[in-house]
Design a protein around this ligand. Structure first.
Ligand code: SF4
Ligand code: SF4
Length: 322
């Protein structure tokens, strides 16, 4: 894979500082049952990096002490971490909102037969990638058979109450473009998704989040090898909107890697750019106890334009709602 960081170092992206911390996003490891083309984590079935029990305990201790409202679990496929269910139970027992970034096909993996029921019982919010409502496009980006497996998984989640009005079980979907273009407006695309998935498959969901592809990791490397990297960066830079700076996710979220180190966001984690605290090159979650991060500078590079281009992108979709 080709390195993207050297191409992102020089930047004129505006300086940012942190607001109050609201969300702890935890990467439980890079192991995944899929190997998608656009994956910014470079996850896959052969990755062995998995968060260990000791680190899980440190994360839970911080979550308790810092009284953070939301725990956002990601990976890889976070459910493949053997401690996934313990983390969910512990966080839910203390009233924390838990989000599982679920790739849907995981529900059909051996050993995960009761995962959907577990998530529903714990009232975990599910955020699932479905980069298109057309089978060919999804299979091209995420692998053969992924669309059909995703539809089966969505039906199972719907049957448990996910996405159904008044159930309180939230099921949100994520769209990202197939190639080096900006996502279309979130509102109209959500309406198209809702209509198509309901008419064709009887599937319901709550919200569609549209995300721009980040010019890093596997997607960034593909752009470099196709000679499209600079054009894509120009597209992102020219579409930058200052208004999006207020709500980029690094303002109120920290991202923890599988070894417990802290980053301003998941993208910085993937680029190896740790959160800078008091001049230290990197900080472990166990040393964050009692530290107030409000006002701390955020590490920004040129990839940050991926968050502020057009309607903006964050782990909760477009920043400008239409
Ligand atoms: S399912 Fe998600 S984590 Fe796994 S390879 Fe695809 S994009 Fe990456
Ligand atoms: S990539 Fe986005 S979320 Fe991460 S530091 Fe840059 S602006 Fe913030």
């Amino acid at each position: 894979m080709l390195a993207t960081l050297p191409l992102l170092e020089q930047t004129r992206f505006p300086a940012l500082r942190r607001n109050k911390l609201e969300t702890l996003q935890v990467n439980l490891g890079y192991l995944c049952n899929q190997q998608c083309l656009h994956c910014h984590v470079n996850a896959g079935p052969r990755r062995t990096e998995i968060m260990a029990r000791e680190t899980v305990e440190q994360v839970l201790a911080y979550l308790r002490a810092a009284n953070i409202g939301t725990l956002d679990l990601t990976g890889g496929a976070p459910e493949l971490n053997p401690h996934f269910r313990d983390i969910v139970r512990a966080a839910r027992a203390q009233g924390t909102r838990v989000i599982d970034r679920c790739n849907l096909t995981i529900l059909e993996e051996p050993g995960q037969e009761d995962l959907a029921e577990f998530l529903a019982m714990q009232r975990v919010e599910a955020i699932a990638s479905l980069p298109c409502y057309l089978e060919d496009n999804v299979d091209r980006q995420r692998g053969k058979g992924v669309f059909a497996a995703s539809i089966r998984a969505l039906r199972r989640l719907n049957a448990l109450g996910y996405g159904q009005p008044d159930s309180g079980l939230i099921l949100n979907l994520v769209y990202n473009p197939q190639g080096p273009s900006l996502p279309p407006a979130q509102g109209p695309l959500q309406a198209d998704y809702k209509r198509h998935l309901s008419d064709e498959y009887g599937i319901v969901f709550n919200q569609l989040f549209t995300l721009a592809n980040m010019p890093i990791q596997r997607f960034g490397s593909t752009l470099i090898s196709k000679g499209q990297f600079e054009d894509y960066m120009t597209l992102l830079r020219e579409a930058h909107q200052d208004a999006n700076l207020e709500s980029v996710m690094c303002r109120d979220l920290i991202s923890i890697d599988w070894q417990g180190y802290v980053y301003d966001c998941d993208f910085n984690q993937m680029l190896g750019l740790p959160l800078r605290l008091n001049g230290r090159p990197r900080t472990h979650i166990k040393y964050l106890m009692g530290v107030n991060l409000t006002g701390n500078p955020i590490v920004v590079k040129d990839h940050c334009y991926g968050c502020t281009a057009g309607q903006g992108s964050s782990c909760g979709g477009a920043l400008v709602k239409d």
